[in-house]
Ligand binder design. Structure first.
Ligand SMILES: Nc1ncnc2c1ncn2[C@@H]1O[C@H](COP(=O)(O)OP(=O)(O)O)[C@@H](O)[C@H]1O
Ligand SMILES: Cc1cn([C@H]2C[C@H](O)[C@@H](COP(=O)(O)O)O2)c(=O)[nH]c1=O
Length: 216
């Protein structure tokens, strides 16, 4: 029975690497997949992992009908045994419905990868629809860690290393950005709630020494 599987987690927990591994293992057995992605950091039509691997992909633009694309491929005599979708959080809910239809009507496995929540802990619409429709939601086994050592469960957006809570939901970017750039950091819930990034935690630890407060 074909399945719609949502592999979800924070940023930087190995989702794209797993997507590439699933594709590699299936193509090594003669299966042919269609890889969709949207707004990968490496550029249009790429699926890239921080481990340095990258593969060509079909850019799932806004408004693109993914089910119709796959039907057109098959009608032209192309093959599609399974589907991989990276950065699935950026897809519209209607596109997730098209993926579910692909599983049910075309009997293809669909493996979708994406972050669940944004920098304000709110579900991305695409991720919400995946949680609603997926046959399985899988957490990745490799834990991304907060600076405190706890499992990272949330994504913070940063400027100069400090967490920000205002801004557009979608800003393509990466963890460990140089000073001045918008970046991201994964945190445990406790430190996300307190808006405490690795930078602000360091500053906080240093400040009592730098500016001693008199109790008098
Ligand atoms: N230099 C490295 N050596 C070993 N593993 C690395 C290295 N750089 C990144 N990684 C691994 O790659 C993971 C990020 O993989 P990636 O697939 O890009 O994540 P995601 O798609 O979830 O954002 C990190 O959690 C880490 O485990
Ligand atoms: C939290 C958050 C992230 N994004 C963007 C930043 C990256 O381009 C992707 C996530 O990529 P990854 O492969 O999982 O690291 O999402 C965003 O646009 N808005 C956010 O709130």
């Amino acid at each position: 029975m074909s399945e719609l599987v949502f592999f979800s987690g924070t940023m930087d927990c190995g989702k794209s690497t797993l997507a590439l591994q699933i594709g590699h293992n299936r193509s090594a057995r003669g299966l042919q997949g269609v890889i969709f992605t949207r707004d990968d950091r490496a550029g249009e039509g790429k699926l890239s992992s921080r481990l340095g691997l990258v593969t060509e992909a079909v850019e799932a633009n806004e408004g693109m009908d993914l089910y119709a694309y796959l039907v057109a491929q098959l009608t032209k005599g192309g093959r599609a045994d399974y589907v991989i979708v990276d950065e699935a959080q950026f897809l519209a809910p209607a596109q997730i419905d098209q993926l579910a239809r692909t599983v049910d009507d075309l009997e293809m496995d669909v493996f979708a990868f994406g972050i669940t929540t944004d920098f304000r802990t709110k579900l991305f619409p695409g991720s919400q629809r995946l949680i609603e429709l997926a046959d399985r939601v899988e957490q990745l086994q490799v834990e991304a860690l907060c600076w405190c050592g706890a499992r990272a469960t949330h994504n913070a957006r940063t400027i100069e290393g400090e967490m920000v809570v205002e801004g557009a939901q979608v800003v393509v970017g990466d963890v460990n950005r140089p000073a001045g750039e918008i970046g991201y950091e994964v945190l445990c819930r406790r430190h996300h709630r307190r808006q405490m990034t690795s930078v602000s935690a360091r500053t906080g630890a240093l400040s009592p020494d730098v500016l001693p407060v008199s109790s008098a």
